[in-house]
Design a protein around this ligand. Sequence first.
Ligand code: C2E
Ligand code: MG
Ligand code: MG
Ligand code: MG
Length: 268
Amino acid sequence: MMAAAGAVVMPREVGIRHMVEFAELSRALRGALRRGELSAWFQPQLDLRTNRVVAAEALCRWHHPTWGPIPPTQFIPIAEEDGTIGEIGEFMATEAMTAMTDWAIDMSVNVSPAQLEDAAFTTWLERMILRIRRPARRLTLEITEGRHLGDVPALVARLDRLRGLGVGIAIDDFGSGQASLTQARRLHATELKIDRGLVSDDSPDASRVVADAVALAHDAHIRVVAEGVETADQLDKVTRLGCDRAQGYLLSRPVSRDAMARLAAAIV
Ligand code: C2E
Ligand code: MG
Ligand code: MG
Ligand code: MG
């Protein structure tokens, strides 16, 4: 593509550096699982009616031996591109289901649209779910429509099979862009996660968007979780607006498996 004369949009080195970085990260990521550099961390969710921790979201962490921690916002897109997302997804789902079996709480795990395009993942998950001795309704798959979801009818059919087993479907990052209630209905979602951006926006408009979403979601028996709650005021607001659960630094940052185990033991 040609840039307009005089308007250099992207210097060539930036593109090359980006490609080199991608290739390097991709190569490192390939062996990361095998070398035990990836782990699941957990962030608790509070039930806003009972004030108890009732669930946790599993979040992937990568600690590289020399580069240190690499955030998922950096390596998940690479994993989606180079295909390692399949392995990472199975690893994270296994960690989530193991945790769910050990602790008596609900568990959410993030799933990339790229994983759902691959029928092997949902087939694998179905088998796993039939093997664990916890009700499948304790498990929720969080879907972010970062890019356009592929073959929607086939995808919905695969998600429906999981729903049939009791697995929940959450629409992640509602209010941040593509996520919508239309999409929630289309995917037969059971949960809507309100994005941190809407939670931290204290304008009346943002509150109205949340209130409307809660009303429509509740009409459709969809649970609403507020994400990224950082202050007591935000917690008050999302409680007042009718959200069912809250998650965020105010309650707890994501913690290691051991720390989450102690938290979970303290609840039950
Ligand atoms: P997400 O699914 O929306 O997860 C919530 C993110 O917000 C997490 O970032 C969490 O640490 C962060 N967060 C939670 N509470 C607060 C808060 O109060 N303030 C702020 N500023 N941030 C908060 P994290 O762990 O860096 O993950 C970023 C994204 O990477 C996730 O967003 C998710 O889309 C993706 N991701 C993480 N783990 C996985 C995974 O195992 N599989 C896939 N496919 N994606 C993953
Ligand atoms: Mg999520
Ligand atoms: Mg997400
Ligand atoms: Mg989110």
